[in-house]
Write a protein of this length. Structure first.
Length: 297
């Protein structure tokens, strides 16, 4: 009889309710990129949380939304697939905003996944008043009758994160750890580097651009006779006008994207990085099945 528990949990909710921030806070290091632009997450990223009583594998999915492109549809399909496989689904609603039709639709849709246990989280409590938190807990509690728990928390101040971890672990099936205890994510180094570059490129761009940005890695290699690691990557956009925005006046914007990305990549490779970025145009790639396949979707 095993006394440890392990299993998979995913956070669902409207875009931008703080799912990636919560994933990173639980894992204790950055495995999912965060941005104030909705729909930042594009893959099911797994973060691994080791606790004395077992292991939680957090699957960070794209936000559920009404798809307008083939990429949007594929992201929704990915969410569907993940929700069908996890042990616990944690529904997130921010304490700072009233529960609306989008929240209700997502909460109702969870009935389609009878296998998973469900809990509700009121996020961003650090930014809300006590009255707002109370109001939100009542609204969220009323969304479903089968919540195993309703927990208010803040990923930023780490308030109640331990309560969440313990609650999640208690809901997991008994069994040994699924990953070695020194692993924080099952994402490859290339994937993590691509995401860091995309996060840097997303910073400060206008609203229409984020969905059009993808990143591909050509090569990551330690340089001979040096402590440098060379990283060659492409930032892919859909139109020439977007290419101009990313590059900026005399290349200034691309240089700052590179500097920001390098700061994030160096801890991953454990040393200094030479980062070479090229901006490529792939016309309307979000709508083109061949291009999507090439870009890994």
């Amino acid at each position: 009889m095993s006394d440890t528990r392990s299993g998979f949990v995913t956070f669902v909710g409207r875009p931008n309710v703080g799912k990636s921030t919560l994933t990173n806070a639980l894992v204790g290091e950055k495995v999912a990129i965060t941005s104030d632009k909705p729909q930042t997450t594009r893959r099911a990223i797994r973060g691994i949380v080791n606790r004395p009583g077992g292991q939680l594998v957090v699957v960070d999915t794209p936000g559920i939304h009404r798809p307008r492109t083939l990429l949007g549809q594929r992201l929704n399909d990915l969410v569907e697939q993940v929700l069908g496989d996890v042990d616990v689904i944690a529904f997130c609603a921010p304490a700072t905003e009233k529960v609306g039709p989008g929240d209700r639709r997502i909460a109702e849709s969870l009935s389609g996944y009878p296998r998973a246990k469900k809990i509700a989280l009121v996020t961003k409590t650090d930014a809300a008043t006590r009255e707002q938190i109370t109001e939100r807990l009542i609204e969220v509690d009323a969304l479903r009758e089968d919540w195993a728990a309703v927990i208010p928390l803040s990923a930023v101040t780490r308030d109640q994160l331990d309560v969440l971890s313990d609650e999640l672990l208690a809901l997991m099936p008994e069994g040994p750890a699924l990953y070695p205890d020194d692993v924080a994510t099952d994402e490859s180094l290339e994937d993590r580097i691509a995401e860091i570059i995309r996060e840097a490129a997303l910073d400060g761009v206008r609203d229409e651009l984020p969905h059009s940005i993808a990143v591909t890695i050509e090569d990551v290699a330690p340089r001979e006779d040096s402590d440098l690691t060379d990283v060659f990557a492409n930032i892919v956009v859909e139109r020439d006008s977007q290419k101009a925005i990313i590059i900026g006046h005399k290349g200034s914007r691309l240089a700052s994207v590179g500097a920001r990305a390098r700061k994030g990549i160096e801890p991953l490779v454990g040393g200094r990085v030479y980062l070479s970025l090229h901006v490529r145009v792939a016309k309307e790639w979000q709508r083109d099945p061949k291009q999507l396949g090439r870009l890994g979707f």
